[in-house]
Design a protein around this ligand. Sequence first.
Ligand code: ADP
Length: 157
Amino acid sequence: MEKIALFPGSFDPITKGHESIVKRAIPLFDEIVVAIGENSEKKGFFTIEQRLQWIKQVFANYPTIKVQTYKGLTVDYCKKIKAKYILRGLRTAADFEFERSIGQMNKQIYNEIETIFLLTTPEFSALNSSIVRDIIRHGGNVKQFIPDAIDILNIKQ
Ligand code: ADP
């Protein structure tokens, strides 16, 4: 059976940290679905369309990586796309505590799911989308934090 993993997130915007986790996971799975979870209560900084377009650009040359959006429970989406694995990145102890409860709850709702964690490489452990958004908001340069495939000059809200 094909090993399909879902890498869910907000990707608002995608950073080099996300890119690194997905690329390192390529050898582990037959297919990785990078999916933006659409949350009706949380309006993003960048539009879903913009975020989707960037993620597609980043993984355009990787045939086993698919890019999607989804609404609703992550485990329901896993069932829909036949993913038995949820991929997540771990930066800090705070990430671990947060992820532990989500991972355990997901397992409780859908016993066939396994959450697979990859540790962030040290150079990306301080990197997160919310700081990148702050820098953009204040007119700073985020080039070093976002994937090379994204055209920095086109970054605007
Ligand atoms: P969420 O809203 O689900 O936290 P994010 O887009 O912030 O979505 O993150 C999606 C996944 O990517 C999470 O597993 C998160 O831990 C991981 N991640 C975010 N930033 C990094 C980073 N710099 N290095 C490694 N993993 C990261």
